[in-house]
Design a protein around this ligand. Structure first.
Ligand code: FAD
Ligand code: SF4
Length: 510
């Protein structure tokens, strides 16, 4: 063996140039490590999903004739830190060269950089051949202190990659269909059933627990639903394009008590493990749109392309521009711990109860549940961003730090002081009422601000603005809200503050 090449658990990209030909002098290494299973407390489905997909990928590599060393979670070596595992393998096989794909996480990037530099012949990192952009491309797009405007980045991406264009102009004459894409879902059109791969993972679950690793949340080990290999990921993509894309955009911000997934693609797990690439997803969706213009309007496809070509690449760029400081930011000085309901789902606030229980049950919530229900409550009730981050990083099947952190600490908690979002994503109960059917069956009155049955989001909202107004003083996008706050009669504000204070002190009582 001349070269050892490391494949991380989120680098399951069989179309990477590495695998184009079989080379007997190369040994691939994959390892199910305790360091990865324990850096945060993960949902059971996330633990199972990663290990299952890694094993399936290992089978694919072996079947193609590649040489592979695979460390299982129950093997002694899995307890070692990654550099130790690498050192052992290099020594055991007398390999002089070490190669790896650039990790997407800062933590692993640093670990591998240090390890590489410690070798007599330094290791070599190559691109992971997955994203549209390089890590540093966003920073180059916005030099110096230029505001990191997602819309500008997105338009540039559309032009650069020739997606949904009419010559140099956007197809249909507009770059942005957000305005058309804010419908409330009222029970029609029917939502197609969620595609599930229903795999029995009981044996793997037993292996994980025997190895002493534990998770949280729910799992039906006889019917693991998520795609775990490339064929399944492609099947999930085809299902989305055929059945869900026709209504994706218009209901992308909707919330509904009976619909955990609505018209969302559930592709984030397959994408983040690199089972499929963003270009494959976008090309398939755009092809479907071109074939079925009568069924799929421009607003639907633009809404979808924006998420992947825009947001996904953009948050990755923000992550690499702003790390490692980004992970410590707490610009709004929030310090409360997370309430128990994040682990149990127990609360009388119906919106939160539904979004939290769904997250614990499916290891999934869609964007608006993450942002405007759970994240909104965490920010309004002034929870510490470290605690919020740890929860988001653990609970969702698709949570990997490069995408979780900017979304949570930045977009949702405004802990970066507005680097990513030009104003905090906060709302009172009225937004949730507008976008969902949650409030109709809730114990609280969505229109009331004070009193024992007033919607907690309302008093929390005004208290948050009042507590943090100094942070927003120069922000034109907050001016109207601050004016409304200033116009509140003093006795009303005082009653609102008192009610919010009770909720903040012990949210689990509500
Ligand atoms: P769809 O609604 O079908 O969207 C299609 C794809 O677009 C997604 O699969 C995803 O790859 C991409 N996408 C959409 N929005 C974003 C976004 N804001 N940032 C990056 N990619 C996006 N996404 C993750 O992949 N991992 C996370 O850990 C994560 N944490 C989040 C935390 C918070 C607080 C918020 C508000 C959002 C987070 N997101 C995260 C983004 C988004 O919520 C998920 O990508 C999406 O819900 C995944 O479900 P889906 O595949 O059905 O998405
Ligand atoms: Fe949530 Fe308030 Fe609506 Fe109840 S009334 S579901 S707490 S927004």
């Amino acid at each position: 063996i001349r070269t050892v090449r490391l494949i991380l658990g989120d680098q399951l990209n069989i179309r990477h140039p590495w695998f184009a030909q079989v080379d007997d002098s190369v040994l691939y290494l994959m390892a199910e490590l305790h360091q990865e299973a324990r850096y945060v407390r993960h949902h059971w489905q996330k633990l199972l999903g990663f290990l299952l997909a890694m094993r399936q990928f290992a089978d694919t590599l072996r079947a193609a004739g590649h040489r592979l060393h695979y460390v299982r979670i129950g093997d002694a070596a899995s307890q070692l830190p990654l550099p130790e595992v690498l050192r052992q393998i290099l020594t055991e096989h007398g390999a002089a060269r070490f190669e790896y794909q650039q990790p997407d996480e800062y933590r692993l990037d640093q670990q591998l950089l240090l390890f590489s530099q410690s070798l007599p012949q330094p290791g070599e990192a190559c691109d992971s051949a997955h994203f549209y952009t390089r890590r540093d491309e966003l920073a180059a797009c916005f030099p110096g202190d230029t505001p990191l405007l997602m819309e500008r980045f997105y338009r540039r991406m559309r032009r650069t990659h020739g997606i949904l264009l009419d010559g140099a102009a956007p197809l249909g004459g507009r770059w942005n269909f957000d305005h058309d894409n804010r419908k409330k879902y009222k029970g029609t059109p029917p939502v197609p059933p969620a595609l599930s791969f229903a795999r029995d993972v009981s044996a793997l679950l037993a292996e994980i627990t025997t190895a002493g690793v534990s998770g949280f949340g729910q799992i039906d080990a006889t019917a693991f639903p998520w795609p775990a290999n490339r064929d399944e990921a492609l099947a999930q993509l085809a299902y989305f394009c055929q059945h869900l894309l026709p209504h994706f955009g218009e209901y992308q911000d909707a919330l509904h008590s009976e619909q955990a997934f609505l018209f969302h693609s559930r592709l984030s797990f397959a994408l983040n493990l690199k089972l499929i690439s963003p270009a494959e997803v976008i090309n398939a969706a755009v092809a479907q749109f071109q074939q079925q213009p009568a069924q799929i309007s421009l607003a639907q496809i633009e809404g979808f392309v924006r998420q992947i070509l825009g947001w996904r690449e953009y948050v990755r760029g923000v992550y690499w521009k702003a790390m490692p400081e980004y992970g410590q930011l707490n610009q709004l000085d929030n310090h409360h711990p997370l309430p128990q309901m994040f682990w149990t789902g127990h609360t009388r606030m119906r919106c939160l109860h539904l979004a939290l229980t769904q997250s614990l049950r499916h290891a999934y919530a869609h964007h608006i549940q993450r942002l405007m229900v759970i994240g909104n409550f965490a920010l309004l009730s002034q929870r510490h961003p470290d605690a919020v981050d740890a929860w988001y990083l653990g609970v969702y099947i698709d949570a990997i730090e490069w995408v979780e952190l900017p979304n949570t600490r930045g977009m949702s908690q405004y802990a970066d002081g507005g680097l990513l979002a030009s104003k905090p994503y906060v709302s009172s109960g009225s937004y949730i009422n507008k976008m969902s059917n949650y409030c109709a069956g809730c114990a609280y009155q969505v229109k009331a601000r004070t009193g024992h049955d007033a919607c907690p989001f309302n008093s929390l909202y005004w208290r948050f603005l009042d507590d943090k107004k100094a942070h927003f003083a120069g922000n034109p996008r907050m001016a109207m809200m601050l004016k409304l706050l200033a116009d509140l009669p003093a006795d009303e504000l005082s009653a609102i503050r008192a009610r919010a204070g009770e909720i903040m002190a012990d949210p689990d009582r509500f």
